[in-house]
Design a protein around this ligand. Structure first.
Ligand code: A3P
Length: 320
């Protein structure tokens, strides 16, 4: 509504003046809100609004992730798993709709999607840190959160290449070395990356019924196993009959990198994340492989990020 928008705009403008800022890669400036870096476009307004106004329903399911951790893939998998009795695979919405348009971003709450009008059970997504997703989502004992993380070296490379495609051409480019330095120091959209991962990791240990913690690399190794695990976690386990009919394999095939990248919608379609940020769907697909960062990072960079990773994870019981 108009009055809510005006109020938020005012709050946003005032707040933004008081927040620390840093140079960004996809966007010129990032601002730090409660320990995490956001681009100061409507995404940040959406984050404020969702915190104040969003009310989780007990049936809500949230897909949470840092950037470039496998969000697009998991969106496709969650959408097709939850809706498997609605559609047949030959005529599936994912054949003509980008995965991002199947599960809206809560971070873009203000402008993009009327999440209140969505029927239950809602599938929603967020790149925000655990401490910054709406309180009602964290505190509801019933709604579920699925988090996906990925090896930080691959996340960095995937993000850097993505950011350079998105960066407005009139801005001077950011070198990989420079962006790498920022990443190692904790500066990246929605990051620091390690704090993002560890926030959800710790919460998943505390609330294992509520938060499912997935790893991109493990899903790549055995997607069938993870689709089954996901369905069970979401309260929709595959029946023996479905398994016999090969429904799990159909989902894995439908959502595979090879299949999604072959579709016209993912080659030429566009995602309006917020009105100021329209992204071609093709940007969400690059190689979809584990370990591609070794083709982009120098041995020194690898050593440095491995060391940062080790330090950040020390004593947490978590490993990538
Ligand atoms: P790369 O840049 O390493 O190829 P996100 O969806 O969170 O933005 O992450 C994007 C990364 O996931 C990209 O990694 C992209 O290629 C990869 N990806 C997209 N769709 C995928 C799929 N269906 N299966 C596996 N990886 C996928």
């Amino acid at each position: 509504p108009q009055d809510v928008n005006e109020e938020i705009n005012k709050q946003f403008e005032e707040l933004i003046q008081t927040l620390p800022s840093h140079k960004g890669s996809a966007v010129p400036t990032l601002i730090n809100y409660k320990g995490f870096w956001y681009p100061p476009i409507s995404v940040f307004k959406g984050v404020l609004l969702m915190q104040d106004h969003f009310k989780a329903r007990p049936t809500d399911i949230f897909l949470c992730s840092a950037l470039k951790s496998g969000t697009t893939w998991l969106k496709a998998i969650m959408f097709s798993t939850m809706n498997r009795s609605e559609y047949d695979f030959a005529n599936h919405p994912l054949l003509t709709t980008g995965p991002h348009d199947c599960i809206p971003y809560l971070d873009a709450y203000i402008t993009e999607h009327d999440v209140e009008a969505l029927p239950s059970p809602r599938l929603l997504s967020s790149h925000s840190a655990y401490s910054l997703i709406p309180k009602s989502a964290r505190e509801s004992p019933d709604c579920k959160i699925v988090y996906i993380c990925r090896n930080p070296k691959d996340v960095f490379v995937s993000h850097y290449l993505f950011a350079m495609k998105l960066r407005p051409p009139m801005l001077p480019p950011v070198s990989m070395e420079e962006a790498f330095d920022w990443f190692c120091n904790g500066v990246c959209e929605y990051g620091p990356y390690f704090e993002h991962v560890l926030g959800y990791w710790k919460a998943s240990l505390e609330f294992p019924q509520k938060i499912l913690f997935l790893k991109y690399e493990e899903m790549k190794k055995d997607p069938v196993k993870h689709v089954k695990q996901l369905a069970e976690f979401l309260g929709k386990p595959f029946s023996a009959e479905e398994e016999k009919e090969g429904v799990v394999e159909e989902i894995v095939k439908l959502c595979s990198f090879e299949n999604l990248t072959s579709l016209e919608v993912n080659k030429t379609g566009k995602l309006a994340f917020v009105p100021e940020l329209i992204i071609g769907n093709d940007n969400f697909f690059r190689k979809g492989q584990v370990g591609d960062s070794k083709n982009h990072l120098t041995p020194e960079m690898i050593e440095r990020l491995d060391k940062v990773t080790e330090e950040k994870l020390k004593g947490t019981g978590f490993a990538f």
